[in-house]
Ligand binder design. Structure first.
Ligand code: GDP
Ligand code: IMO
Ligand code: MG
Length: 433
């Protein structure tokens, strides 16, 4: 016991970082399995705030092995900056390992991400412009540069030349950009290789060891289920599989290594970037949620779009991830709102209704939530540490969600700080494994 997967159950920024940080204290290892520095996790510890983009959220514990798995795309410049930042905050980084098979974000991936969005104009995805999509595209095209390649100058040079060849036409507008200077790129990446060398490793055996010893191994997802490249709101998605199944391929373990799968969801919904959002609020309530929940992106500082909790999407997420438990964060943000609305089905064009998440893009674009209203509460809940300490209406909200999903709410966030959380008995027994 147990392999535990943590995934975002909505559109990202659900509070995964905080949950993984809390569980990390007892874990043998925390392994990121997909995404890159498009992710942004904020962890508040006493007076200190930590922001991670690439480094797994278990890093604040000396005894935890923190692994950037093979499924992650790594911008080495960003990783080194993060390592240096954490050193300044006196964090011990000896447990940090980076898979030699992870793919590297190269300067041309950043340029291509910018150019791709500019070309789409009004139809842009609203990417984080970190080069994520173009890097995964090269991986699939077998033109990727991997972490192991920056330890060998000859291989690195050959692989960069091969990767640039088919991109010549698209990159022509950047011909004079110093970031595309071949000599400089090779120099820079070799230097990154030297800096990262102590961390580069064959990483699946780290997970295997923890699992064989019966210790807690956490597979940390980034983004959220509805941003999954296959199962999300394509094309308004990220370029990796964000669902729980990806933990296996992205970390190097088989499905039997997974015992528990927790989805993290906010008590409402947010989304950054473009794409359908059936429960979005365009009014003052949306502004209120944004303000109360500090809904501004950790990575890009963009305003997050806000809306009501969407049970159609959450039921889909529970199914597609095989969730065994739900962590509901930011319940405190709903304090003072009455009634609280929850979407239980969608209304579509021509009076159609949908109980299940529609697979078709055009249907989803026209979908809007049909709601039930639940009574709110006014009491400050940030001090609650047990379910019994919550107001009756807050407990009713949680019970409603459990009934809709058919899985238990295992943990509840009642504020941003570490201790502002309610652990149920089920969650505590896993955390204590
Ligand atoms: P992640 O990407 O899923 O790790 O989430 P982010 O860190 O991007 O966004 C979640 C934000 O909500 C962070 O600023 C957290 O500090 C904050 N947060 C997490 N849990 C809670 C909670 O229960 N209540 C409140 N008010 N804030 C929370
Ligand atoms: P965390 O891990 C929220 C969104 C972007 C954009 C789409 C594609 O903090 O939850 P990309 O740069 O990945 O090609 O952008 O995905 N996106 C996120 N939204 N949280 C994230 O990560 C995100 N990572 C990417 O806003 O809509
Ligand atoms: Mg985030």
């Amino acid at each position: 016991m147990p392999g535990l997967v943590i995934v975002g159950a909505q559109w990202g920024d659900e509070g995964k970082g905080k949950v993984v940080d809390l569980l990390g204290e007892r874990a043998h290892s925390v392994i990121r399995f997909q995404g890159g520095n498009n992710a942004g996790h904020t962890i508040v510890r006493g007076d200190e705030t930590f922001k991670f983009h690439l480094i797994p959220s278990g890093i604040l514990y000396e005894d935890c092995n923190c692994v950037i798995g093979n499924g992650v795309v790594v911008d080495p410049r960003v990783l080194i900056e993060e390592i240096d930042g954490l050193r300044r905050q006196r964090v011990d980084l000896r447990g940090l390992k980076v898979s030699a098979n992870a793919h590297l974000i190269m300067p041309y991936h950043l340029l291509l991400d910018h150019a791709g969005e500019a070309k789409l104009g009004k139809r842009e995805i609203g990417t984080t412009k970190r080069g994520i999509g173009p890097c995964y595209a090269d991986k699939a095209a077998r033109l990727g540069i991997r972490v192991q390649d920056i330890l060998d100058e000859k291989i690195l040079r050959q692989k960069i030349a091969a990767a640039l060849e088919p991109k010549r036409l698209t990159l022509r507008e950047f011909e004079k950009d110093p970031r595309l200077d071949m000599h400089q790129m090779v120099e820079d990446y070799l230097a990154y290789g030297q800096r990262l060398a102590p961390h580069i490793a064959d990483t699946p055996p780290i997970a295997w060891q923890g699992l064989d010893e019966g210790r807690l191994v956490i597979f940390e997802g980034a983004q959220g289920t509805l941003l999954d490249i296959d199962h999300g709101t394509y094309p308004f998605v990220t370029s990796s599989n964000t669902v729980a199944g990806a933990a296996c391929s992205g970390a190097g373990v088989g499905p039997k290594a997974i015992d528990e799968i927790w989805g993290i969801a906010k008590a409402y919904c947010t989304r950054v970037g473009a794409g359908p959002f059936p429960t979005e609020l365009h009014d003052q309530l949306g502004d209120r949620l944004r303000k109360a929940g500090h809904e501004f992106g950790t990575t890009t500082g963009r305003e997050r779009r806000c809306g009501w909790l969407d049970m159609v999407a959450l039921r889909y997420s529970a199914r597609i991830n095989s969730l065994t438990g739900l962590v509901l964060t930011k319940l405190d943000v709903l304090t003072g709102i009455d009634p609280i609305r929850v979407a239980v089905r969608y209304a579509g064009a021509e009076d159609a209704t949908f109980e299940d998440f529609p697979y078709h893009q055009s249907v989803l674009h026209h979908a809007s939530g049909e709601y039930v209203d639940l009574p709110g509460w006014d009491e400050d809940i940030t001090g609650a540490r047990t379910l019994e300490e919550l107001p009756a209406n807050a407990r009713r909200y949680l019970e409603f969600i459990e009934e809709q999903l058919g899985i238990p709410v295992v943990t509840i966030g009642v504020g941003p700080a570490r201790d502002e959380i309610i652990w149920t008995d089920a969650a505590a027994s896993i955390a204590a494994a």
